[in-house]
Design a protein around this ligand. Structure first.
Ligand code: CA
Length: 233
């Protein structure tokens, strides 16, 4: 294959919405593959190897969350869920099932394109180092080699938990992380139900890295779902 354009698999059963998404993706240089049913998805992923999957949850022959869970058994392709279900528990179950991000319908095309770029950036690939040595978000700078965090000129003193939290958010910047994902990663699988840990330590971290912790600009709360470190890139 000589086609270097990023291909996107759009799984959506409403023809009108699918046409709209296709037109916008075409215009932005993506190559679009379409599916309207769960049963078509596995074959299309194995034959076309798309760089990202946009997935509607309510499909005529199955549920997108179950599909996400089964895809995650064999593929790391980024999955961005598009759904009319705006309830927090739906977002959480899609993300916990392995989706990379979640957009509630109706969404703006620019928002979708931005989320796709984030999802694509987080996909490990051969020509991209898996782990970065430093991150900057506005005037917040994280030097992983030296284990130093600075806000402007000031060096910040983070506890080991706060540092782990910040690093997890930085590595996933732009992407929402659920309470469960954060607990699993920072504290370990045994702590999956201790959501208050996340709230407490996130508040402490915000006091240190936000210019105005009451109006956080870096760490955004996704109510009932989790947190996202705003990606300025
Ligand atoms: Ca649908």
């Amino acid at each position: 294959m000589t086609d270097v354009k990023d291909s996107v698999l759009v799984v959506e059963d409403e023809p009108q919405l699918r046409r709209f998404i296709r037109a916008a993706l075409d215009a932005n240089g993506y190559r679009v593959i379409e599916a309207g049913r769960v049963s078509e998805v596995v074959a299309l992923i194995t034959s076309h190897n798309p760089r990202v999957v946009l997935l509607d949850l309510g499909l005529p022959d199955g549920d997108g969350i179950d599909l996400t869970r089964s895809l995650r058994e064999w593929t790391t392709v980024p999955i961005v869920v598009l759904s009319a279900r705006g309830r927090e528990e739906d977002k959480v179950s899609a993300l916990d099932a392995g989706a990379d991000d979640y957009l509630t319908k109706p969404f703006g095309m620019n928002e979708l394109l931005a989320r796709m770029r984030v999802a694509l950036r987080h996909r490990p690939s051969a020509d991209e180092p898996a782990v970065e040595r430093a991150y900057t978000f506005g005037d917040l700078a994280i030097d992983i080699v030296r284990r130093e965090v600075r806000l402007g000129e000031d060096e910040l003193h983070l506890t080991p938990i706060e540092y782990k939290l910040l690093l997890l958010l930085a590595r996933n910047s732009g992407r929402v992380l659920t309470h469960q994902q954060i607990l699993r990663d920072v504290w370990g699988p045994a702590y999956a139900t201790r959501t208050h840990y996340v709230r407490v330590h996130m508040a402490e971290l915000r006091k240190k890295i936000e210019r105005d912790p009451a109006r956080p600009k870096l760490i955004v709360t996704e109510p009932g779902v989790g947190y996202r470190l705003r990606d300025a890139r």
